[in-house]
Design a protein around this ligand. Structure first.
Ligand SMILES: [Zn+2]
Ligand SMILES: [Zn+2]
Length: 303
């Protein structure tokens, strides 16, 4: 054990201290469908970064203060988006991370696939092949389940997708119109709404197509992910999982909006937007939950 610790790189030790349950191997999805969807999501995020790096120097002079301000803002949004995306996939969120009792307690269930007892709010996911603690849903964009340990990263990721896409749309809007054509005519309209068609028929150049296509994609993504973020934010505020929200609005674990937020984003919930590696310990363990009207886990520990 000592030898193992000595052999670890300083980077690895710092990283493990901040996020003890992260693993790159775990970040690789289990099924081919999930791997493909993660590949598409990763490519789209990287292309988004590429678009900003192409568009920014064309919109602002590189020496201008506005250029550096926009570049740093874009980098901040991109790092938070991509960082939370990776973290959500690599953090251990299954029941394998905890010691489970051999006796079936009230409210618990037995998972025949895992051949182990499963705590309340945990569900087995056939795609992930494991029981996920406080399972919310299986995310097709990340190819993994969202649950107790990684819901913070998921929420931050979809929030930053909304912010980055609206930012990229704003930055590249003028250039997209310029590239396609300044005059409003049939060609401009076709190119604006169907850039793939316009490119195929030679109405726009490859760079114009790329910028127009990305601008259109950003706009669609902005509406989709903003709606998704608002939906999940509402569920978190109500102290529910997606499953409980659908099940006739079950609010058995509602502890009030502030405790509900702390239960998902951690005790330093007001800092988690700054950077994915900001530590924010979760008050619960994903196994034991306090029902509505009972003292919180932190209050029980203090007694
Ligand atoms: Zn299971
Ligand atoms: Zn899953």
């Amino acid at each position: 054990m000592v030898k193992h610790l000595i052999g670890e790189s300083p980077y690895r030790r710092i990283f493990n201290a901040m996020i003890p349950s992260f693993s790159w191997r775990r970040a690789v999805p289990r099924t081919a469908v999930d791997r493909f969807s993660v590949l598409v999501s990763t490519c789209e995020i990287l292309v988004e970064g590429l678009e900003l790096s192409i568009v920014l120097p064309r919109v602002y002079a590189e020496s201008a203060l506005s250029y550096w301000f926009c570049a740093i803002l874009g980098l901040f949004l991109f790092v938070n988006l991509f960082g939370n995306f990776i973290m959500a996939m690599g953090v251990e969120n299954s029941s394998r991370s905890v010691v489970l009792p051999a006796v079936l307690k009230p409210g618990w269930s037995y998972c025949h696939s895992c051949q182990t007892n499963s705590p309340p709010r945990a569900f087995h996911c056939s795609e992930c092949g494991k029981c996920v603690l406080k399972r919310d849903h299986h995310c097709i964009f990340m190819g993994c389940c969202i649950g107790h340990a990684n819901q913070r990263y998921y929420l931050m990721c979809i929030m930053y997708i909304g912010l980055l896409t609206v930012y990229a749309s704003y930055i590249s809007a003028d250039l997209a119109v310029q590239c396609i054509g300044e005059n409003l005519n049939l060609t401009t309209l076709i190119a604006s709404f169907t850039p793939v068609l316009a490119w195929m028929y030679g109405l726009v150049q490859p760079l114009s197509f790329f910028i127009a296509f990305q601008s259109g994609t950003c706009l669609y993504c902005f509406f989709i992910f903003t709606a998704l973020f608002l939906y999940h934010a509402l569920i978190v505020l109500r102290g529910q999982t997606t499953h409980e929200f659908r099940r006739l609005g079950d609010r058995s674990y509602d502890q009030g909006w502030l405790r509900n937020i702390r239960g998902v984003l951690g005790t330093r919930w007001y800092f988690v937007w700054v950077f994915p590696l900001v530590t924010s310990p979760l008050p619960g363990d994903g196994v034991h939950f306090v029902e509505s009207g009972s003292p919180s886990l932190e209050e029980v520990k203090d007694l």
